[in-house]
Design a protein around this ligand. Structure first.
Ligand code: GLU
Length: 514
Protein backbone atom coordinates (compact mmCIF):
# COMPACT_ATOMS: atom_id res chain seq x y z
CA UNK A 1 0.00 0.00 0.00
CA UNK A 2 1.41 3.37 -0.92
CA UNK A 3 1.24 6.34 1.38
CA UNK A 4 -0.37 8.62 -1.21
CA UNK A 5 -3.80 9.97 -0.43
CA UNK A 6 -6.61 7.68 -1.53
CA UNK A 7 -8.73 9.00 -4.40
CA UNK A 8 -11.65 6.92 -5.62
CA UNK A 9 -14.44 7.64 -8.02
CA UNK A 10 -17.98 6.60 -8.82
CA UNK A 11 -18.50 6.91 -12.55
CA UNK A 12 -22.11 6.29 -13.53
CA UNK A 13 -23.54 6.69 -17.02
CA UNK A 14 -26.72 8.78 -16.87
CA UNK A 15 -28.62 6.44 -19.16
CA UNK A 16 -31.18 5.10 -16.69
CA UNK A 17 -32.13 4.98 -13.05
CA UNK A 18 -29.50 4.20 -10.44
CA UNK A 19 -29.62 0.46 -9.92
CA UNK A 20 -28.83 -1.25 -6.59
CA UNK A 21 -25.65 -2.76 -8.08
CA UNK A 22 -24.29 0.65 -8.99
CA UNK A 23 -25.44 2.09 -5.69
CA UNK A 24 -23.42 -0.60 -3.92
CA UNK A 25 -20.39 0.38 -6.03
CA UNK A 26 -20.91 4.00 -5.00
CA UNK A 27 -21.26 2.98 -1.35
CA UNK A 28 -18.08 0.88 -1.29
CA UNK A 29 -16.12 3.69 -2.93
CA UNK A 30 -17.54 6.19 -0.47
CA UNK A 31 -16.84 3.96 2.53
CA UNK A 32 -13.30 3.31 1.39
CA UNK A 33 -12.69 7.03 0.93
CA UNK A 34 -14.17 7.89 4.31
CA UNK A 35 -12.37 5.03 6.04
CA UNK A 36 -8.98 6.13 4.68
CA UNK A 37 -9.48 9.88 4.86
CA UNK A 38 -9.42 9.94 1.06
CA UNK A 39 -11.38 11.75 -1.62
CA UNK A 40 -14.59 10.51 -3.25
CA UNK A 41 -15.04 11.80 -6.80
CA UNK A 42 -18.25 11.71 -8.83
CA UNK A 43 -17.70 11.56 -12.58
CA UNK A 44 -20.51 11.48 -15.10
CA UNK A 45 -19.80 9.18 -18.04
CA UNK A 46 -22.05 10.79 -20.61
CA UNK A 47 -20.18 10.19 -23.85
CA UNK A 48 -23.09 8.15 -25.17
CA UNK A 49 -25.00 11.26 -26.19
CA UNK A 50 -27.97 9.38 -27.52
CA UNK A 51 -28.72 7.49 -24.32
CA UNK A 52 -27.54 10.02 -21.72
CA UNK A 53 -30.21 12.29 -20.28
CA UNK A 54 -30.00 15.26 -17.93
CA UNK A 55 -32.94 13.96 -15.88
CA UNK A 56 -31.08 10.70 -15.14
CA UNK A 57 -28.02 12.68 -14.08
CA UNK A 58 -30.14 14.83 -11.73
CA UNK A 59 -31.90 11.74 -10.42
CA UNK A 60 -28.73 9.84 -9.67
CA UNK A 61 -27.26 12.79 -7.82
CA UNK A 62 -30.45 13.01 -5.79
CA UNK A 63 -30.32 9.27 -5.09
CA UNK A 64 -26.72 9.49 -3.89
CA UNK A 65 -27.57 12.39 -1.59
CA UNK A 66 -30.60 10.51 -0.30
CA UNK A 67 -28.36 7.55 0.56
CA UNK A 68 -26.02 9.96 2.35
CA UNK A 69 -23.15 9.47 -0.12
CA UNK A 70 -21.85 13.01 -0.57
CA UNK A 71 -18.99 13.56 -3.00
CA UNK A 72 -15.92 15.73 -2.47
CA UNK A 73 -15.32 16.47 -6.14
CA UNK A 74 -17.75 16.35 -9.00
CA UNK A 75 -19.98 18.19 -11.41
CA UNK A 76 -22.05 21.11 -10.25
CA UNK A 77 -25.76 21.20 -10.93
CA UNK A 78 -26.46 22.31 -14.48
CA UNK A 79 -25.00 25.79 -14.99
CA UNK A 80 -23.15 25.67 -11.64
CA UNK A 81 -19.37 25.31 -11.34
CA UNK A 82 -17.80 21.94 -10.59
CA UNK A 83 -16.30 21.18 -7.19
CA UNK A 84 -12.66 20.10 -7.32
CA UNK A 85 -9.53 20.85 -9.31
CA UNK A 86 -9.43 17.74 -11.53
CA UNK A 87 -12.51 18.60 -13.61
CA UNK A 88 -14.46 18.97 -15.68
CA UNK A 89 -16.23 15.95 -14.21
CA UNK A 90 -18.57 15.26 -17.10
CA UNK A 91 -16.93 13.32 -19.90
CA UNK A 92 -18.90 15.24 -22.50
CA UNK A 93 -16.90 18.30 -21.41
CA UNK A 94 -13.54 16.53 -21.72
CA UNK A 95 -13.49 15.73 -25.44
CA UNK A 96 -10.59 18.12 -26.15
CA UNK A 97 -8.53 16.36 -23.47
CA UNK A 98 -9.14 12.98 -25.11
CA UNK A 99 -8.28 14.35 -28.59
CA UNK A 100 -5.03 15.81 -27.30
CA UNK A 101 -4.09 12.45 -25.76
CA UNK A 102 -4.85 10.70 -29.04
CA UNK A 103 -2.44 13.04 -30.79
CA UNK A 104 0.21 12.15 -28.25
CA UNK A 105 -0.22 8.42 -28.72
CA UNK A 106 -0.18 8.73 -32.52
CA UNK A 107 2.94 10.90 -32.42
CA UNK A 108 4.68 8.42 -30.11
CA UNK A 109 3.78 5.49 -32.40
CA UNK A 110 1.81 3.80 -29.62
CA UNK A 111 -1.41 4.06 -31.58
CA UNK A 112 -2.17 4.03 -35.27
CA UNK A 113 -4.89 5.00 -37.70
CA UNK A 114 -6.93 2.08 -39.00
CA UNK A 115 -8.60 2.70 -42.35
CA UNK A 116 -10.23 -0.72 -42.60
CA UNK A 117 -13.85 -0.47 -43.68
CA UNK A 118 -16.61 -2.32 -41.79
CA UNK A 119 -16.85 -4.70 -44.77
CA UNK A 120 -13.13 -5.51 -44.65
CA UNK A 121 -13.29 -6.14 -40.91
CA UNK A 122 -16.33 -8.35 -41.33
CA UNK A 123 -14.61 -10.39 -44.05
CA UNK A 124 -11.56 -10.78 -41.78
CA UNK A 125 -13.75 -11.99 -38.92
CA UNK A 126 -15.55 -14.51 -41.15
CA UNK A 127 -12.28 -15.91 -42.44
CA UNK A 128 -10.90 -16.27 -38.92
CA UNK A 129 -14.09 -18.04 -37.84
CA UNK A 130 -13.91 -20.41 -40.82
CA UNK A 131 -10.29 -21.23 -39.95
CA UNK A 132 -11.14 -21.58 -36.26
CA UNK A 133 -8.80 -18.76 -35.28
CA UNK A 134 -9.66 -16.14 -32.66
CA UNK A 135 -11.64 -13.37 -34.33
CA UNK A 136 -9.25 -10.61 -33.47
CA UNK A 137 -8.08 -7.73 -35.63
CA UNK A 138 -5.15 -8.72 -37.86
CA UNK A 139 -3.26 -5.51 -37.25
CA UNK A 140 -3.16 -4.87 -40.97
CA UNK A 141 -3.06 -1.05 -40.70
CA UNK A 142 -0.15 -1.16 -38.27
CA UNK A 143 2.09 -1.62 -41.29
CA UNK A 144 0.91 1.36 -43.35
CA UNK A 145 3.67 3.66 -44.49
CA UNK A 146 3.48 7.40 -43.92
CA UNK A 147 2.89 7.85 -47.64
CA UNK A 148 -0.11 5.52 -47.54
CA UNK A 149 -1.47 7.22 -44.46
CA UNK A 150 -1.14 10.66 -46.01
CA UNK A 151 -2.80 9.46 -49.19
CA UNK A 152 -5.75 8.00 -47.26
CA UNK A 153 -6.10 11.17 -45.23
CA UNK A 154 -5.97 13.33 -48.33
CA UNK A 155 -8.68 11.15 -49.86
CA UNK A 156 -10.83 11.81 -46.77
CA UNK A 157 -11.02 8.12 -45.87
CA UNK A 158 -12.62 7.56 -42.44
CA UNK A 159 -10.38 5.97 -39.85
CA UNK A 160 -10.43 4.65 -36.31
CA UNK A 161 -7.52 4.94 -33.90
CA UNK A 162 -6.21 1.67 -32.50
CA UNK A 163 -3.79 0.97 -29.69
CA UNK A 164 -0.71 -1.09 -30.56
CA UNK A 165 -0.76 -4.00 -28.14
CA UNK A 166 2.61 -5.51 -27.46
CA UNK A 167 2.91 -9.24 -27.28
CA UNK A 168 3.15 -9.76 -23.53
CA UNK A 169 0.71 -10.56 -20.77
CA UNK A 170 -1.39 -7.79 -19.31
CA UNK A 171 -1.35 -7.93 -15.53
CA UNK A 172 -3.02 -6.04 -12.75
CA UNK A 173 -3.66 -6.49 -9.09
CA UNK A 174 -7.20 -6.86 -7.86
CA UNK A 175 -7.83 -6.28 -4.16
CA UNK A 176 -10.78 -8.66 -4.24
CA UNK A 177 -9.39 -11.34 -6.57
CA UNK A 178 -5.64 -11.08 -6.22
CA UNK A 179 -3.32 -11.01 -9.24
CA UNK A 180 -5.10 -11.14 -12.61
CA UNK A 181 -3.44 -11.83 -15.96
CA UNK A 182 -4.77 -11.70 -19.52
CA UNK A 183 -2.90 -12.81 -22.65
CA UNK A 184 -2.34 -9.98 -25.11
CA UNK A 185 -4.40 -11.84 -27.75
CA UNK A 186 -7.44 -11.42 -25.51
CA UNK A 187 -7.22 -7.75 -26.29
CA UNK A 188 -5.78 -7.54 -29.86
CA UNK A 189 -5.36 -3.92 -31.01
CA UNK A 190 -8.38 -2.27 -29.40
CA UNK A 191 -10.09 0.73 -30.92
CA UNK A 192 -9.58 3.90 -28.88
CA UNK A 193 -11.48 6.27 -31.14
CA UNK A 194 -14.30 5.07 -33.39
CA UNK A 195 -14.10 5.44 -37.11
CA UNK A 196 -15.11 8.75 -38.63
CA UNK A 197 -13.97 10.93 -41.49
CA UNK A 198 -10.79 12.73 -40.41
CA UNK A 199 -10.99 16.25 -39.12
CA UNK A 200 -8.33 18.88 -39.78
CA UNK A 201 -4.74 17.66 -40.13
CA UNK A 202 -5.57 14.00 -39.67
CA UNK A 203 -7.05 14.47 -36.19
CA UNK A 204 -9.80 11.96 -35.64
CA UNK A 205 -13.31 13.30 -35.42
CA UNK A 206 -14.61 9.98 -34.07
CA UNK A 207 -16.02 9.22 -30.65
CA UNK A 208 -13.52 7.92 -28.09
CA UNK A 209 -14.55 4.61 -26.52
CA UNK A 210 -15.32 3.87 -22.88
CA UNK A 211 -12.09 2.00 -22.11
CA UNK A 212 -10.02 4.86 -23.43
CA UNK A 213 -11.74 7.80 -21.76
CA UNK A 214 -12.16 6.00 -18.45
CA UNK A 215 -8.42 5.37 -18.32
CA UNK A 216 -7.47 8.93 -19.24
CA UNK A 217 -9.88 10.27 -16.64
CA UNK A 218 -8.79 7.91 -13.90
CA UNK A 219 -5.16 8.78 -14.54
CA UNK A 220 -5.63 12.55 -14.83
CA UNK A 221 -7.94 12.61 -11.82
CA UNK A 222 -5.30 10.79 -9.78
CA UNK A 223 -7.55 7.85 -8.97
CA UNK A 224 -5.62 5.44 -6.74
CA UNK A 225 -8.23 2.67 -6.45
CA UNK A 226 -10.71 1.71 -9.14
CA UNK A 227 -13.61 0.02 -7.36
CA UNK A 228 -16.41 -1.12 -9.68
CA UNK A 229 -18.60 -4.02 -10.76
CA UNK A 230 -16.98 -7.18 -12.09
CA UNK A 231 -18.77 -6.74 -15.42
CA UNK A 232 -15.77 -4.49 -16.12
CA UNK A 233 -13.10 -7.09 -15.40
CA UNK A 234 -12.68 -8.02 -19.07
CA UNK A 235 -12.25 -4.32 -19.89
CA UNK A 236 -9.43 -3.94 -17.42
CA UNK A 237 -6.61 -5.47 -19.56
CA UNK A 238 -7.40 -2.93 -22.29
CA UNK A 239 -7.25 -0.18 -19.72
CA UNK A 240 -3.98 -1.57 -18.37
CA UNK A 241 -2.52 -1.44 -21.89
CA UNK A 242 -3.59 2.20 -22.16
CA UNK A 243 -1.95 3.08 -18.83
CA UNK A 244 1.21 1.41 -20.10
CA UNK A 245 1.11 3.25 -23.41
CA UNK A 246 1.10 6.55 -21.53
CA UNK A 247 3.64 5.33 -18.95
CA UNK A 248 1.14 6.00 -16.21
CA UNK A 249 1.31 3.99 -12.99
CA UNK A 250 -1.51 1.48 -12.56
CA UNK A 251 -4.04 2.08 -9.81
CA UNK A 252 -5.24 -0.74 -7.57
CA UNK A 253 -8.39 -2.41 -8.85
CA UNK A 254 -11.23 -3.94 -6.87
CA UNK A 255 -13.95 -5.68 -8.87
CA UNK A 256 -17.14 -6.30 -6.94
CA UNK A 257 -19.13 -9.45 -7.55
CA UNK A 258 -22.34 -9.51 -9.50
CA UNK A 259 -25.61 -9.22 -7.60
CA UNK A 260 -27.98 -12.10 -8.31
CA UNK A 261 -31.68 -12.57 -7.66
CA UNK A 262 -32.94 -15.32 -5.33
CA UNK A 263 -33.00 -17.68 -8.37
CA UNK A 264 -29.26 -16.99 -8.92
CA UNK A 265 -29.92 -15.19 -12.20
CA UNK A 266 -28.49 -11.70 -12.60
CA UNK A 267 -30.69 -9.31 -10.58
CA UNK A 268 -33.14 -7.59 -12.88
CA UNK A 269 -36.56 -5.97 -12.88
CA UNK A 270 -38.00 -9.45 -13.16
CA UNK A 271 -37.10 -9.96 -9.49
CA UNK A 272 -38.92 -6.82 -8.36
CA UNK A 273 -37.66 -3.35 -7.62
CA UNK A 274 -34.03 -2.74 -8.56
CA UNK A 275 -33.67 1.03 -8.76
CA UNK A 276 -32.93 3.20 -5.76
CA UNK A 277 -35.81 5.47 -6.77
CA UNK A 278 -38.29 2.61 -6.62
CA UNK A 279 -37.09 1.44 -3.19
CA UNK A 280 -37.43 5.00 -1.99
CA UNK A 281 -40.93 5.27 -3.43
CA UNK A 282 -41.95 2.11 -1.59
CA UNK A 283 -40.96 3.58 1.73
CA UNK A 284 -37.62 1.97 2.46
CA UNK A 285 -35.44 4.15 4.66
CA UNK A 286 -32.06 5.14 3.23
CA UNK A 287 -30.24 3.80 6.29
CA UNK A 288 -31.86 0.38 5.73
CA UNK A 289 -30.87 0.32 2.09
CA UNK A 290 -27.31 1.48 2.81
CA UNK A 291 -26.96 -1.14 5.53
CA UNK A 292 -28.32 -3.83 3.23
CA UNK A 293 -26.13 -2.84 0.27
CA UNK A 294 -23.05 -2.87 2.50
CA UNK A 295 -23.75 -6.51 3.37
CA UNK A 296 -24.04 -7.50 -0.31
CA UNK A 297 -20.49 -8.72 -0.67
CA UNK A 298 -18.94 -7.56 2.59
CA UNK A 299 -19.32 -8.80 6.14
CA UNK A 300 -18.35 -7.66 9.60
CA UNK A 301 -15.13 -8.89 11.10
CA UNK A 302 -17.00 -10.74 13.88
CA UNK A 303 -18.97 -12.59 11.21
CA UNK A 304 -22.30 -11.78 12.84
CA UNK A 305 -23.10 -8.09 13.27
CA UNK A 306 -25.67 -7.13 10.67
CA UNK A 307 -26.94 -3.71 11.63
CA UNK A 308 -24.66 -0.83 10.80
CA UNK A 309 -25.30 2.86 10.50
CA UNK A 310 -23.32 4.70 7.85
CA UNK A 311 -20.98 5.94 10.61
CA UNK A 312 -20.45 2.42 11.94
CA UNK A 313 -19.84 1.13 8.42
CA UNK A 314 -17.22 3.80 7.90
CA UNK A 315 -15.30 2.48 10.88
CA UNK A 316 -15.80 -1.21 10.09
CA UNK A 317 -15.46 -1.33 6.28
CA UNK A 318 -12.42 -2.77 4.55
CA UNK A 319 -11.84 -3.93 0.99
CA UNK A 320 -9.99 -6.99 2.31
CA UNK A 321 -13.29 -8.33 3.59
CA UNK A 322 -15.08 -7.94 0.25
CA UNK A 323 -15.87 -11.35 -1.20
CA UNK A 324 -15.45 -12.32 -4.87
CA UNK A 325 -18.44 -14.70 -4.78
CA UNK A 326 -21.74 -13.44 -6.16
CA UNK A 327 -24.12 -11.80 -3.71
CA UNK A 328 -27.75 -12.87 -3.64
CA UNK A 329 -30.28 -10.11 -3.19
CA UNK A 330 -32.51 -11.15 -0.31
CA UNK A 331 -35.68 -9.05 -0.12
CA UNK A 332 -36.63 -10.59 3.25
CA UNK A 333 -33.40 -9.44 4.79
CA UNK A 334 -33.83 -5.96 3.39
CA UNK A 335 -37.34 -5.91 4.88
CA UNK A 336 -35.98 -7.06 8.21
CA UNK A 337 -33.45 -4.22 8.21
CA UNK A 338 -36.09 -1.74 7.16
CA UNK A 339 -38.31 -2.79 10.08
CA UNK A 340 -35.31 -2.37 12.36
CA UNK A 341 -34.72 1.21 11.21
CA UNK A 342 -38.43 2.06 11.10
CA UNK A 343 -38.58 1.22 14.80
CA UNK A 344 -35.73 3.62 15.50
CA UNK A 345 -37.07 6.48 13.37
CA UNK A 346 -38.69 9.54 14.97
CA UNK A 347 -42.45 9.78 14.47
CA UNK A 348 -42.20 13.21 12.96
CA UNK A 349 -39.86 11.92 10.27
CA UNK A 350 -42.09 8.93 9.60
CA UNK A 351 -45.04 11.27 9.33
CA UNK A 352 -43.20 13.36 6.77
CA UNK A 353 -42.26 10.25 4.78
CA UNK A 354 -45.66 8.54 4.95
CA UNK A 355 -48.13 11.39 4.58
CA UNK A 356 -48.36 11.22 0.82
CA UNK A 357 -49.39 7.59 0.88
CA UNK A 358 -52.56 8.85 2.59
CA UNK A 359 -53.31 11.60 0.09
CA UNK A 360 -56.74 10.07 -0.54
CA UNK A 361 -57.74 10.28 3.15
CA UNK A 362 -55.87 13.27 4.57
CA UNK A 363 -55.46 16.94 3.67
CA UNK A 364 -51.98 17.94 2.43
CA UNK A 365 -49.54 17.82 5.34
CA UNK A 366 -48.76 21.53 5.36
CA UNK A 367 -52.47 22.36 5.38
CA UNK A 368 -53.29 19.88 8.16
CA UNK A 369 -54.09 21.04 11.71
CA UNK A 370 -51.74 20.33 14.59
CA UNK A 371 -54.37 17.93 15.96
CA UNK A 372 -54.54 16.02 12.67
CA UNK A 373 -50.76 15.75 12.57
CA UNK A 374 -50.66 14.46 16.13
CA UNK A 375 -53.39 11.99 15.38
CA UNK A 376 -51.47 10.75 12.34
CA UNK A 377 -48.36 10.23 14.47
CA UNK A 378 -50.50 8.15 16.83
CA UNK A 379 -51.60 6.07 13.85
CA UNK A 380 -47.98 5.60 12.79
CA UNK A 381 -46.91 4.57 16.27
CA UNK A 382 -49.52 1.85 16.07
CA UNK A 383 -49.09 0.60 12.52
CA UNK A 384 -45.47 1.15 11.55
CA UNK A 385 -44.39 -1.85 13.68
CA UNK A 386 -46.74 -3.96 11.55
CA UNK A 387 -45.26 -3.15 8.12
CA UNK A 388 -42.09 -3.88 6.16
CA UNK A 389 -42.31 -0.64 4.19
CA UNK A 390 -44.17 2.61 4.59
CA UNK A 391 -46.22 2.16 1.42
CA UNK A 392 -48.00 -0.76 3.13
CA UNK A 393 -49.46 1.54 5.80
CA UNK A 394 -52.67 2.57 3.98
CA UNK A 395 -53.73 -1.04 3.48
CA UNK A 396 -52.83 -2.00 7.05
CA UNK A 397 -54.78 0.89 8.53
CA UNK A 398 -57.58 1.08 5.95
CA UNK A 399 -60.25 0.12 8.49
CA UNK A 400 -59.46 3.23 10.49
CA UNK A 401 -60.52 5.44 7.58
CA UNK A 402 -63.40 3.53 6.13
CA UNK A 403 -65.62 0.96 7.70
CA UNK A 404 -67.77 -1.59 5.90
CA UNK A 405 -69.78 -3.66 8.42
CA UNK A 406 -71.42 -5.86 5.77
CA UNK A 407 -68.04 -6.85 4.39
CA UNK A 408 -66.77 -7.58 7.91
CA UNK A 409 -69.74 -9.85 8.50
CA UNK A 410 -69.34 -11.78 5.28
CA UNK A 411 -65.55 -12.26 5.57
CA UNK A 412 -65.14 -16.06 5.86
CA UNK A 413 -62.38 -15.51 8.44
CA UNK A 414 -64.99 -13.95 10.73
CA UNK A 415 -67.98 -16.24 10.34
CA UNK A 416 -67.00 -18.74 13.05
CA UNK A 417 -66.41 -16.01 15.64
CA UNK A 418 -69.75 -14.39 14.84
CA UNK A 419 -71.82 -17.59 14.61
CA UNK A 420 -71.88 -18.36 18.34
CA UNK A 421 -75.01 -17.28 20.25
CA UNK A 422 -72.78 -15.58 22.77
CA UNK A 423 -71.39 -13.33 19.98
CA UNK A 424 -74.83 -11.86 19.39
CA UNK A 425 -75.24 -11.19 23.12
CA UNK A 426 -71.78 -9.62 23.42
CA UNK A 427 -72.42 -7.28 20.48
CA UNK A 428 -75.91 -6.30 21.65
CA UNK A 429 -74.57 -5.52 25.15
CA UNK A 430 -71.74 -3.48 23.70
CA UNK A 431 -74.07 -1.59 21.34
CA UNK A 432 -76.50 -0.76 24.18
CA UNK A 433 -73.76 0.69 26.30
CA UNK A 434 -72.35 2.74 23.46
CA UNK A 435 -75.78 4.15 22.63
CA UNK A 436 -76.54 5.15 26.23
CA UNK A 437 -73.05 6.58 26.77
CA UNK A 438 -73.15 8.67 23.61
CA UNK A 439 -69.63 10.14 23.93
CA UNK A 440 -66.22 8.82 22.91
CA UNK A 441 -65.28 5.40 24.26
CA UNK A 442 -62.04 5.66 26.21
CA UNK A 443 -59.90 2.62 27.10
CA UNK A 444 -61.09 2.98 30.74
CA UNK A 445 -64.76 2.94 29.79
CA UNK A 446 -64.10 0.07 27.43
CA UNK A 447 -62.48 -1.96 30.21
CA UNK A 448 -65.42 -1.40 32.53
CA UNK A 449 -67.89 -2.47 29.82
CA UNK A 450 -65.87 -5.56 29.03
CA UNK A 451 -66.10 -6.66 32.67
CA UNK A 452 -69.85 -6.17 32.69
CA UNK A 453 -70.36 -7.94 29.34
CA UNK A 454 -68.21 -10.82 30.46
CA UNK A 455 -70.71 -11.50 33.23
CA UNK A 456 -73.81 -10.73 31.18
CA UNK A 457 -72.84 -13.01 28.29
CA UNK A 458 -70.94 -15.54 30.42
CA UNK A 459 -67.94 -15.62 28.05
CA UNK A 460 -64.33 -14.57 28.24
CA UNK A 461 -61.17 -14.54 26.10
CA UNK A 462 -61.55 -14.77 22.32
CA UNK A 463 -65.30 -15.46 22.52
CA UNK A 464 -65.63 -12.09 24.23
CA UNK A 465 -63.06 -10.02 22.36
CA UNK A 466 -63.21 -11.35 18.81
CA UNK A 467 -66.79 -10.30 17.99
CA UNK A 468 -66.09 -6.80 19.33
CA UNK A 469 -62.86 -6.52 17.41
CA UNK A 470 -64.55 -7.67 14.22
CA UNK A 471 -67.36 -5.16 14.78
CA UNK A 472 -64.90 -2.29 15.23
CA UNK A 473 -62.07 -3.21 12.85
CA UNK A 474 -63.33 -5.89 10.50
CA UNK A 475 -60.85 -8.55 11.69
CA UNK A 476 -60.37 -10.69 14.75
CA UNK A 477 -56.71 -9.84 15.22
CA UNK A 478 -54.86 -6.55 15.25
CA UNK A 479 -53.34 -3.90 17.47
CA UNK A 480 -54.12 -3.37 21.17
CA UNK A 481 -57.54 -1.86 22.00
CA UNK A 482 -55.88 0.60 24.38
CA UNK A 483 -54.31 2.34 21.43
CA UNK A 484 -56.87 1.50 18.80
CA UNK A 485 -59.83 3.09 20.58
CA UNK A 486 -58.28 6.56 20.99
CA UNK A 487 -57.24 6.40 17.35
CA UNK A 488 -60.74 5.52 16.13
CA UNK A 489 -62.39 8.10 18.39
CA UNK A 490 -59.74 10.74 17.69
CA UNK A 491 -60.12 10.33 13.95
CA UNK A 492 -63.90 10.57 14.21
CA UNK A 493 -63.72 13.76 16.27
CA UNK A 494 -61.32 15.33 13.78
CA UNK A 495 -63.93 14.73 11.10
CA UNK A 496 -61.60 12.97 8.71
CA UNK A 497 -64.68 11.01 7.71
CA UNK A 498 -64.04 8.17 10.09
CA UNK A 499 -66.91 6.44 11.94
CA UNK A 500 -66.37 6.38 15.70
CA UNK A 501 -66.87 3.42 18.02
CA UNK A 502 -70.58 4.02 18.57
CA UNK A 503 -71.42 4.31 14.86
CA UNK A 504 -69.32 1.24 14.12
CA UNK A 505 -71.04 -1.02 16.62
CA UNK A 506 -74.51 0.29 15.81
CA UNK A 507 -74.03 -0.23 12.11
CA UNK A 508 -72.52 -3.63 12.67
CA UNK A 509 -75.43 -4.97 14.72
CA UNK A 510 -77.82 -3.45 12.19
CA UNK A 511 -76.50 -5.12 9.04
CA UNK A 512 -76.62 -8.58 7.56
CA UNK A 513 -73.70 -10.28 5.90
CA UNK A 514 -73.62 -9.60 2.16
N1 GLU B 1 -19.72 4.29 -16.71
C1 GLU B 1 -19.33 2.96 -16.35
C2 GLU B 1 -20.53 2.21 -15.85
O1 GLU B 1 -21.50 2.83 -15.45
C3 GLU B 1 -18.26 3.05 -15.28
C4 GLU B 1 -17.38 1.91 -15.23
C5 GLU B 1 -16.17 2.14 -14.37
O2 GLU B 1 -16.37 2.36 -13.17
O3 GLU B 1 -15.07 2.10 -14.87
O4 GLU B 1 -20.56 1.01 -15.87
Amino acid sequence: MTSEKVRVRFAPSPTGELHVGNARTALYNWLFARRTGGVFVLRIEDTDIERSEARYEAQLMEDLRWLGLNWDEGPGASGQPDTGAAGPYRQSQRLAIYAEHTERLLAAGKAYRCFCTPEELEAERKLAAAEHRPQTYSGRCRALTQVEIDRNLAAGKPFAVRLKIEDRPLRFHDLVRGPVEFASEAVSDPILVRSAAGGAAGVSAGVPVYNYVVTIDDALMGITHVIRGDDHISNTPKQVAIYEAFNWPLPEFAHLSTILGPDRERLSKRHGATSIASFRAMGYLPEALVNYLALLGWGAEDGKTETFTLGELTRAFSLERVTPSPAIFDFDKLNWLNRHYLKLAALERLSDLSWNYFAASLPPRDAASEATRNWFEQLLALFVPAVDRLDQLPAKSAFIFAFDPAAARSDPENTAALAADSARVVLAEFADRARVHGGPVTPEIFKAWINEIKTAAAVKGPALFNPIRIALTGASSGREFDKLLPLIEGGASLGIGIPGVRQRIERFVGVQAR
